[in-house]
Design a protein around this ligand. Structure first.
Ligand code: AMP
Ligand code: ZN
Length: 113
């Protein structure tokens, strides 16, 4: 997708270190971390958010989350983690290429926001 920062990272047009990559997704460090560990799980296929998701995209996302259950230790998240997926205006989504925030590496607030 033209003018999508995450598509540019995935294609290599914008250089970024991948913490993990497979056929479905990349995981990178968030440029503006909100926790000791703040990663972004980004599906390689461009889709906007959870408000606009097809059956095929739902299946891709499920595979990404399943994979996370296999790799979270390698990401330094042995004590647990929180995932967040901002979708739409009220959630203040700023990049309209679906991504899952993965937060951890410290004891997070017991409040969600
Ligand atoms: P959201 O507000 O949920 O759409 O989150 C977008 C996230 O992408 C923010 O936390 C940004 O800090 C992050 N971000 C934007 N551009 C980059 C980039 N080039 N590399 C890493 N993270 C980025
Ligand atoms: Zn994109």
């Amino acid at each position: 997708m033209k003018d999508c920062v995450f598509c540019k990272i995935i294609s290599g047009e914008i250089s970024s270190k991948f913490e993990y990559e497979d056929e479905n997704m990349i995981i990178i460090k968030d440029i503006n971390p909100q926790a000791t560990i703040h990663l972004l799980l980004i599906p390689k296929k461009h889709f906007s958010n959870l408000m606009d998701i097809t059956e095929e995209q739902t299946e891709i996302l499920a595979q990404c989350l399943k994979k996370l259950s296999h790799i979270y230790l390698d990401l330094g998240l042995d004590r647990g983690f929180r995932i967040v997926c901002n979708s739409g205006l009220d959630a203040c989504q700023s990049v309209y290429h679906l991504h899952i925030h993965i937060l951890g590496g410290e004891l997070l607030s017991d409040k969600m926001a």
